[in-house]
Write a protein that binds this ligand. Structure first.
Ligand code: NDP
Length: 327
């Protein structure tokens, strides 16, 4: 028997329940992975709450984990039993001791990277890759704004930006988070509980403001993020931690300076195996060489059956960096 986290109605963390199940054999294009560390992502809370409803109920949860391949479907040629792998963008159900995953969503893990490092950084690192390299290519010395800089995606972005020689201005919700983001490589931090975001950005940039803003907070920061942009600047709205941005009057882009907006997602950028290999090779080499450090605080590693608590803590904004479930 295997165990996994399921939910059969939308709601708060309390809807998550641990259940026993018998795993089915992997389909021809799938591998079966015995998970060793499972990545917790903010999107998991959107699926649980109903903001992004799952295809059916009861539903599993989670799309990212690292582990060992225990079975291989007939058509899979590039991964074999016993391989150490990490995957993201799997069908819902990664919060589980074992999970069947399309082989094209998995990458073989270099020995230098642990299961915990991999599960803490794969989906988030692929996201930072496409945001900073593809959606808008940040240049050396370029200043840009990145919200939630001490979060899971945020700490990787701070380190990646530094490696690119770019100047990440990060927003944070506490003094401790400010310190963590600066240690990770943020060039400047703005604690929006104590300072005005827009005024600080104007000050830091000598009134010039920014070419690009990466905003994962959503509803609460939509308008102030637009106010941090130069004429014809780009708003990259890539998340909804405070709620979704809805009901936008496009005229606002005109009023605030002929702005551009994009609403990207990982599957829009990393869909094919080639795209996954390009991004994961770059991410793995930055982690293996120590340029990007992935450290998960002990108190943010939870046994699988404590998924409820993990979600409560994540949504309370008390976490720094990534959180993991350990089967
Ligand atoms: P984080 O670890 O960044 O956690 C969310 C953080 O957002 C909080 O710690 C908090 O930091 C900040 N925040 C601001 N306002 C709120 C609020 N009202 N409620 C809760 N948190 C708030 O999560 P992840 O690293 O997992 O994800 C970061 C964001 O990136 C999410 O919005 C996620 O959906 C998005 N994302 C998008 C992807 C895409 O392809 N589009 C892919 C992956 C992630 P603080 O206290 O410092 O404000």
């Amino acid at each position: 028997m295997a165990s996994r986290i399921e939910f059969n109605k939308h709601g708060g963390p309390e809807v998550l329940q641990a259940v026993e199940f018998t795993p089915s054999a992997p389909a021809d294009n799938e591998i079966q992975v015995e998970n060793k560390a499972i990545g917790i992502n903010y999107i998991d809370t959107y699926i649980r709450s109903g903001l992004y409803p799952p295809p059916s109920m009861p539903s599993g949860l989670g799309t990212e984990a690292a582990g060992v391949v225990v079975k291989v479907g007939r058509d899979v040629t590039h991964i074999k039993e016993g391989d150490r792998v990490v995957y993201a963008q799997s069908p819902l159900g990664a919060y589980s001791t074992v999970h069947n995953v399309p082989a094209d969503k998995a990458a073989i893990l270099p020995n230098a990277i642990s299961f915990e490092q991999a599960a803490a950084s794969f989906l988030k690192g692929l996201t930072v890759f496409y945001l900073l390299r593809k959606t808008y290519e940040v240049k050396p010395d370029e200043q840009f704004l990145f919200h939630a800089a001490a979060g899971g995606v945020g700490l990787i972005a701070c380190q990646w930006a530094k490696a690119l020689g770019a100047k990440l201005i990060g927003t944070v919700g506490s003094a401790q988070k400010a310190q963590r983001a600066l240690q990770a490589g943020a060039w400047q931090v703005i604690n929006y509980r104590e300072e005005s975001l827009v005024e600080r950005v104007k000050e830091i940039t000598n009134g010039k403001k920014l070419r690009v803003v990466y905003d994962s907070v959503g509803k609460d920061t939509w308008e102030s993020s637009l106010d941090c942009l130069q004429r014809r600047g780009l708003m990259v709205s890539f998340g909804n931690s405070s709620g979704a941005v809805t009901g936008v009057n496009l005229g606002i882009l005109n009023q605030k300076g002929s702005l551009y907006v994009t609403r990207p997602s990982l599957q829009g950028y990393i869909t094919t195996r080639e795209e996954l290999e390009e991004a994961s090779n770059e991410l793995f080499s930055l982690i293996a060489s120590g340029v990007i450090k992935v450290e998960v605080a002990q108190e943010q590693k939870y046994p699988l059956h404590e998924a409820q608590r993990a979600h409560e803590v994540l949504e309370s904004r008390a976490t720094q960096g990534s959180s993991l479930l350990i089967p």
